[in-house]
Write a protein that binds this ligand. Structure first.
Ligand code: AMP
Ligand code: ZN
Length: 146
C-alpha cells in the first residue's frame, strides 16, 4: 500500500490514535501546527474532499465536530481550525481525504492568509460565474444516494 493514511487506517503504521471505529480513524499529526493537532480520515481511500461519498462524508463531519469539541475541552484551547487542503496548490500533501483539527489559543499566532480586494465589478463577476455553475449542477446537490 503506497498511501500512508491507508497504512495508518489498516493499523500498519505507528501513530497516536485518538479515535477509531469501523469506518473512521483520528490520530495526531506528526508535524503539528499546535500540540494536539489531529487528523480525521475515512478508512477507505478517497483522494480528496470532492470524492468522499455522501454517507461517509456525513459521518466524517459529525466525528470531526465531536472531536473538535473534545480537543478544545481536553486541551483548554480557546478555539480551533478545521481545515481540508485539496490539491497541491492548496497545500495537500497526502492524497487521502482528511480534516485537520488544530487547537488554537488566544495568544497564538494568526493563521490567516493575506486577503485581496475586489476591483470594481469584479465581485459581481466572480459571484455570477460561480452562481451559473450552481444553477448548472444544482441537480447533483438534490440527487439521492442510491
Ligand atoms: P495535508 O498537507 O493537508 O495533505 O496534510 C497531511 C498531514 O499529514 C500533514 O500535516 C503531515 O504532517 C501529516 N502526516 C504525514 N505523515 C504522517 C504520519 N505518518 N503520521 C501522522 N501524520 C502524518
Ligand atoms: Zn489512502
Amino acid at each position: 500500500m503506497d498511501c500512508i493514511f491507508c497504512n495508518i487506517a489498516a493499523g500498519n503504521a505507528d501513530t497516536q490514535v485518538i479515535f477509531e471505529n469501523e469506518n473512521y480513524k483520528a490520530f495526531l499529526d506528526i508535524n503539528p501546527v499546535n500540540y494536539g493537532h489531529t487528523l480525521v480520515i475515512p478508512k477507505k481511500h478517497y483522494d480528496n474532499f470532492l470524492t468522499v461519498p455522501e454517507n461517509e462524508l456525513n459521518g466524517l463531519i459529525k466525528l470531526t465536530q465531536f472531536l473538535a469539541g473534545v480537543i478544545k475541552r481536553s486541551l483548554n484551547a480557546d478555539g480551533f481550525n478545521i481545515i481540508s487542503n485539496n490539491g497541491t496548490s492548496a497545500g495537500q500533501s497526502v492524497f487521502h481525504s482528511h480534516f485537520h483539527i488544530i487547537p488554537r489559543f488566544d495568544k497564538d499566532f494568526a493563521m490567516k492568509p493575506e486577503t485581496k480586494t475586489y476591483s470594481e465589478n469584479s465581485m459581481n463577476e466572480y459571484a455570477g460565474k460561480i452562481r451559473s455553475f450552481v444553477t448548472k449542477y444544482e441537480d447533483l446537490l438534490n440527487a439521492k444516494e442510491n
